[in-house]
Structures are given as C-alpha cells and as structure tokens.
Design a protein around this ligand. Structure first.
Ligand code: GCO
Length: 436
C-alpha cells in the first residue's frame, strides 16, 4: 500500500509544555530567550494539540489519509533525558496511536524532531557522544510500549538541519554558532540513529527509517570554481548524512580543509557498522534545490547563489517541483542497490493564507502539491521505488525561528481561538486521495 499522509512534529503542535510531567526541551529554552524567534513566539501553546488531538484526528479521518507522521517528544517520555519513563507522557502517545488505528490511519512515529531534553543539553547535547546512547535508551522505552501497534519508525528528523541551523549557525535551538566545529553533531546523531535502530528492532519494531533533508545542488555556472563549490555543498548537506547510512563510510571532506574525518569526528570501532544498520526505507524531506557558487574568500568553500525565475513561497523558497524528481532519481543513481525504498516524509509550502468567511482559498498550495505529486510519479515512472508521500503539514504550526508567521497547514489554525478551518488544499487533497 502506498502511504499517503500528512506530517507534524511535537514541539510545533502540542503546546502543554509543562503538563503531563513533561520536562523542558532545548526549544523551550531557546524560544524564551529574547531575540531568538520572530516576535518572540514560543511553542508554549502552539496548536494545543495535546488537548485537541481528538479533533485533529477527526480532521485526518475526514481527509482520508492512510498514514500520519507525528513525532514523540523525548522530554514527555523522559523529562530529563534519562531513567524511567514518565507514564503520563507515554500514555498520551499510546492513546493517539490507538485513535489513529481505530480511524484506519497508519501511525508513523518520529523519535527525535529537535526537542532534546534540556537536561541533556546541559551535559553538552549532541556535541556529547553519550547522548547517542541516551537516545537509544529512550528509543527502547518507546518501542517497548508502542512497537506492537506502530509499524513504521523514523529515528531522527533532518540531522543536517539540526546540525547546521542548531549548532553551526545558531538560528535554531540550542543556538550554537560553531560553524564547522559542529561536525561532531553529525556523527553523534548518526550513531544515535544506528543504536536506536537496533533498540527498535530488538523491541519488535517493524520498519525503521531516518528522515534526511535532501536538496538537489545546482552549480551556478559550468565554471570549475562553481562546480567545485557545488560538490562541496552537496557533500555537507546530502552526502555527509546519506553516505554513512547507505555506504557505511563518510564522504571525503577535504574541501573543508579536513584531511581525514577521523581528525574531527570521534569514530570508534563499530560506529560505522551501527550507523549502516540496514534501513527499511529512507525518509526524504524535499522543499527546494540549492544553487551554489564559488566561495567568498575566507569562509566556507561555497556560497548560496539563490534561485530566481521560479515562483516562491512565503518563506521565499523557490517552487521547483521537478527538483523532487531530480532528487529521487539522483539518489537512485548515486546509491543504486544500496538505496532502500524511499518515503517522501515531508513536502509542502508556506503561504500568506487569508481566512475569510468562505474559508482559505490557497490555490498556490494546491498547485504546489499537485505538481510535486506529479514529479514524484515521474520519478516512479523512471524506476525509483517510492512508497509514500507526506504533506507538511496537517496544521499551521510553530515554524521554529519564524514562530507562527509561516503557515504550512492543510488546515488553518487561528492561534488566538485555536479554531481549525480546513483550507481549499485540504479539500483538494481529500478528493485526490479518494481517487487513489
Ligand atoms: C523541517 C522540519 C519541519 C519544518 C518544515 C518547514 O524540515 O525544517 O522537519 O519541522 O516545519 O520543514 O520548514
């Protein structure tokens, strides 16, 4: 069965950050620091999904999706990132899973969507190798409770973005601007993935995936400098995360002045074998290609040249549907037999949606989704084994550093009243799903 779904993440929708025994996460800390998020928005309330999950489940049933990708908040399950499980936290997800199953929706659980327990950050967070083992311990707890009913697991969401935005540039939690010194965060997350994958399987989990944010990289020109820069960017954004998982080896990082990855990463015996534990699928989150030009002197070995000539989302992200086909066929060409089935675990767009008495007429989103689904089908037609597609997102929600300013939902949320209004794109997706 091809999975047609929607996706969300815990910190972006749940709210109720001090309820049910939940401990603080790095996103609670970060969003409460002045100047970190636009207009100082926080996820304290978000979509209040913690209290309104049954209503949200009703929206999913009405939509007719056969799968729902949601994330589990580590600090709800282990408030300080270690030790015994918090029964109230596990209980919340237990009820959600049962509700999904009763509605005929396959639960797809992500274990880490960036909300690290603050107590672990206080011990170095993902810069500290020990967090990988903590993560596996948490995975085991969750799987022992839910693996009998959740058939598909995603260990990490977008380890590249968490490394680059959270630890390299400091624009996401935990707000560290370490630039290339953030590279250990890549290895520790990947190791955490591998150890968690084993823990999940030991607890009887069926399918284990990871979701990587991948981008087709376009050189700004055919000049040697631009081609070299594009290859360097591709290494950092795509290969640094896909190669160890699929090939069991890190890519050459010499473009970054790194002679051997062992010089910057603490790679111990068995790490790469753990990281390359066979996957049941690769989750791919696609938003747009990236156009790369030669570097400015003294900085990273590339510059982002930007993409013009395409429509743009409210975020300013270029809308390039065929980039999804290019990405999927490119992964197949690069990894061949080593590539497991692909699930597009996120794709969607933000728009300045206007709520009127008639609803929200988000024609741009409908066009975006239709064209991306077409591109996905073209990739399948070209022989790529794609088995699922999840729209980001079910609901307008807390868009990280952008707060509530970027609306990605199929369902409009009035954050003052928490009223949900299905947009025109919701109705479009419903009709599309009914025809499958
Ligand atoms: C990501 C995350 C989502 C975002 C979405 C839009 O890709 O950054 O997985 O949480 O909300 O991608 O930016």
């Amino acid at each position: 069965m091809f999975l047609w779904g929607t996706a969300t993440a815990a910190y972006q929708i749940e709210g109720a950050v001090t309820e049910g025994g939940r401990g603080p996460s790095i996103w609670d800390t970060f969003s409460h620091e002045p100047g970190r998020t636009r207009d100082g928005h926080t996820g304290d309330v978000a979509c209040d999904h913690y209290h309104r999950w049954e209503e949200d489940l009703g929206l999913m049933s009405g939509l007719g999706v056969n799968a729902y990708r949601f994330s589990i908040a580590w600090p709800r399950v282990q408030p300080d990132g270690s030790g015994a499980a918090n029964p109230e936290g596990l209980g919340f997800y237990d009820r959600l899973v049962d509700g999904l199953l009763a509605a005929g929706v396959t639960p797809v659980s992500t274990l880490f969507h960036w909300d690290l327990p603050q107590a672990l950050q206080d011990r170095g967070g993902w810069m500290n190798r020990d967090v990988a083992e903590r993560f596996a311990g948490y995975a085991a707890i969750v799987a022992e409770r839910l693996a009998d009913r959740v058939p598909m697991w995603i260990t990490l969401n977008e380890p590249f973005v968490h490394m680059a935005f959270g630890h390299g540039l400091g624009v996401h939690a935990p707000g560290q601007a370490l630039l290339l010194d953030a590279l250990p965060v890549a290895h520790h997350q990947l190791l955490g993935h591998g150890l968690a994958a084993r823990a999940l399987r030991a607890a009887g989990a069926g399918q284990v995936l990871i979701s990587n944010n991948c981008t087709p990289v376009w050189p700004a020109s055919d000049s040697e400098e631009d081609l070299t820069a594009a290859a360097a960017y591709d290494t950092l954004h795509n290969r640094l995360f896909n190669d160890p998982l699929l090939l069991g080896a890190y890519p050459d990082m010499s473009a970054y002045g790194i002679k051997s990855v062992d010089d910057v990463l603490d790679i111990r015996d068995g790490d790469l074998a753990a990281i390359a534990t066979p996957l049941d699928g690769l989750g791919v989150n696609y938003y747009n290609p990236t156009r790369i030009a030669a570097p400015a002197p003294g900085g990273l070995p590339f510059t982002d040249a930007g993409i013009t000539g395409y429509p743009a989302t409210a975020f300013g992200w270029p809308v390039v549907p065929d980039g999804l086909r290019e990405l999927l066929t490119g992964l197949r060409d690069r990894y061949g037999e080593a590539l497991p089935p692909i699930y597009v675990t996120e794709n969607g767009c933000s728009h300045e949606d206007e709520l009127t008495p008639e609803g929200v007429d988000d024609q741009e989103r409908i066009a975006y989704l239709r064209e991306h689904v077409d591109a996905l089908q073209r990739a399948r037609g070209q022989g790529v084994d794609v088995r699922g597609y999840f729209v980001w997102s079910l609901l307008d929600n807390f868009e990280w550093a952008e707060g509530y300013h970027q609306r990605f939902g199929l369902v409009h949320v009035d954050f003052a009243t928490q009223r949900r209004t299905p947009k025109a794109s919701y109705h479009w997706y419903r009709e599309f799903l009914a025809a499958q």
